[in-house]
Design a protein. Structure first.
Length: 569
């Protein structure tokens, strides 16, 4: 089934009173909703068109994902102190990772009857407060205590949404990486730092959208380069500076001239050069019939960003291995015919309106559930099963009789077809990924009746506190006991520390000590990428209209795909 081609449009207006933006639902969208609608006793329970615009739908899904707000909290089962995504004052029952995955408790013990006098979301929120929540959802890791949403990794520190990473620090949504730091969306990289959206890079730093680059730094939109510095849009080159070919000797002399420069000055100089190089309208690799940016190996991926291996899908963000699906964020591997899902994993089929769910086909409205087929409205179940509603076990016949009645009730309460509300998220809005992509003030958050949590940094117990501006540029001038100090962020003043393993990696890569708090580093990396918005504007060479992630008022020269390839190759 393909959800891309369209013959007609349904014009709608976003239901959020603070948005009210117009959006379109196409004929193929309607066919998709029909294809993912559940069927009971040969009667299809049709999923209605969305009431929110695509951006507000993504914001709602991302409000349930906390990646970087960690707290110390006592496990409510074993009573040991653990690292948790839930703040100490949070009114949930929280178990440490080991206890949550253990058989010391039974999620079905908390099962409850569906109450047809109350909205479903209210009942589900009540269930979530009763069922123990995982302090930090992780799977099969070693020495990775300080992480959320991490799997199959070793010696990782604050690497949310990643899997198969080793000896990595402050990595986000990356996989198959080793000895990497302060980066976002890396794939099969080693000794790579301060980079975003890179694949197969080695011994490199300060890269954006690069592939198979090594022994290089300060690059954007490059592939197959080695020993290059401050270059943009070059391919299969060596010993280049600002896209100019140098001899090996001249290149090494150029590097020596920049040896004492600060990372901030280098980044400013590189940015000034980069803006002069023609840009591709949409950053894609091996893609066909797709719109969006930072895409690889995609076919008919419409309005998708930071994805690879996507086929016949729409509004997909930070995902891999998706087919015939819509409105997914942070999902990976073998996903088909799924809708409105956030933060899940492999082998999902006809799974809809779920958060953090793995291998749960034909299910709806699950949270933190694993291997639950044909289930509805369950939370925290991690043992195989099916035909469960609000954590209560039913027979197949009972399940198929009851669920259509629940869906009819949800139609009356206008809940059917909607993802979990932002206001019922486990986390305060400013703790969630939504705040990274859709930042709003505390006042605006509270106007929308969403939660906000004040950030009160406690000064760590250290031997010394220094402002980041006093740090030397050369790693050789940094003493080993800096791991016992606190550093005040140059931009925000927030204190942060350097852990020993991180320090060892900076020495190995000859990198300067960061001057910014980890959250500020993440914010600045995100700002290096184009926004997740598509504009129409003319190609600045052939003047044909094109779709691009570069806004019309941006200073870059932007070419359509055809003109860009002629210019660069």
């Amino acid at each position: 089934m393909t959800i891309v081609a369209t013959l007609s449009l349904m014009k709608k207006t976003c239901n959020n009173p603070w948005c009210k933006q117009p959006f379109e639902v196409t004929d193929s969208d309607l066919k998709f909703f029909d294809s993912v609608s559940p069927v009971f006793a040969e009667k299809k329970e049709r999923i209605p068109p969305p009431t929110l615009c695509p951006e507000c739908r993504m914001q709602r899904r991302q409000s349930w994902r906390n990646e970087h707000s960690l707290h110390r909290r006592v496990c409510d089962l074993c009573k040991k102190t653990t690292i948790s995504s839930f703040a100490p004052e949070s009114l949930y029952t929280v178990y440490c990772t080991n206890c949550w995955w253990s058989d010391r408790w039974d999620p079905l013990k908390y099962g409850q009857e569906f109450d047809f006098t109350r909205p479903f979301f209210d009942q589900f929120e009540e269930l979530q407060h009763r069922v123990p929540q995982a302090a930090a959802l992780q799977l099969n890791n070693e020495n990775c205590e300080f992480n959320l949403l991490l799997a199959f990794s070793k010696n990782a520190y604050l690497c949310p949404g990643s899997y198969f990473v080793e000896d990595c620090y402050y990595l986000r949504k990356s996989q198959y990486c080793k000895d990497c730091a302060n980066s976002n969306v890396l794939n099969r990289c080693e000794l790579t730092a301060e980079s975003t959206n890179c694949d197969g890079c080695f011994s490199a730093h300060h890269l954006v959208n690069c592939r198979r680059c090594s022994s290089s730094s300060y690059l954007r939109d490059c592939s197959g380069v080695k020993d290059c510095f401050m270059c943009s849009g070059i391919h299969n080159r060596q010993h280049c500076f600002k896209n100019e070919q140098l001899t090996k000797e001249a290149y090494e002399k150029t590097l020596q001239n920049y040896q004492s420069a600060s990372p901030n000055d280098l980044l400013k100089e590189f940015s000034a050069f980069d803006v002069t190089v023609p840009k591709r309208a949409q950053i894609q690799l091996n893609c066909e019939g797709s719109t969006g940016a930072y895409l690889a190996n995609c076919r008919n991926a419409v309005n998708c960003f930071d994805c690879f291996n996507i086929e016949d899908s729409k509004y997909i963000f930070e995902c891999e291995g998706i087919k015939d699906s819509m409105d997914l964020t942070s999902h990976d591997k073998d996903i088909e015919l799924c809708y409105e899902m956030s933060s899940g994993g492999e082998k999902s089929y006809l799974t809809r309106f779920c958060y953090c769910t793995i291998s749960s086909p034909r299910s709806l409205y699950l949270s933190s559930c694993f291997y639950q087929s044909d289930s509805f409205g369950c939370d925290g179940i991690h043992t195989c099963g099916q035909y469960r509603i609000l954590n209560k076990q039913y027979t197949k016949e009972e399940y198929e009789r009851l669920l259509p009645k629940i869906i009819a009730h949800m139609r009356k309460t206008t809940e059917w077809g909607e993802f979990f509300p932002v206001g019922q998220s486990f986390y305060a809005y400013n703790e969630s990924v939504a705040h990274d992509f859709f930042p709003i003030t505390k006042l605006e958050t509270e106007k929308r009746e969403w939660k906000w949590r004040e950030e009160n940094d406690e000064m760590p117990k250290v031997s010394k506190v220094i402002p980041a501006s006093t740090l030397p540029n050369s790693i050789d001038e940094v003493p080993d006991d800096i791991v016992n100090w606190a550093i005040e962020c140059e931009a925000t003043g927030r204190p942060f520390r350097i852990i020993k393993q991180e320090m060892d990696l900076y020495r190995k890569m000859r990198l300067s000590i960061p001057h910014f708090h980890p959250n500020e580093r993440h914010r600045r990396r995100m700002a290096l990428k184009n926004p997740r918005t598509i504009w129409k504007r003319p190609c600045m060479k052939c003047r044909k209209e094109m779709e691009t992630t570069y806004a019309p008022d941006r200073p870059e020269t932007v070419y359509c795909e055809s003109c860009y390839l002629k210019e660069v190759y």
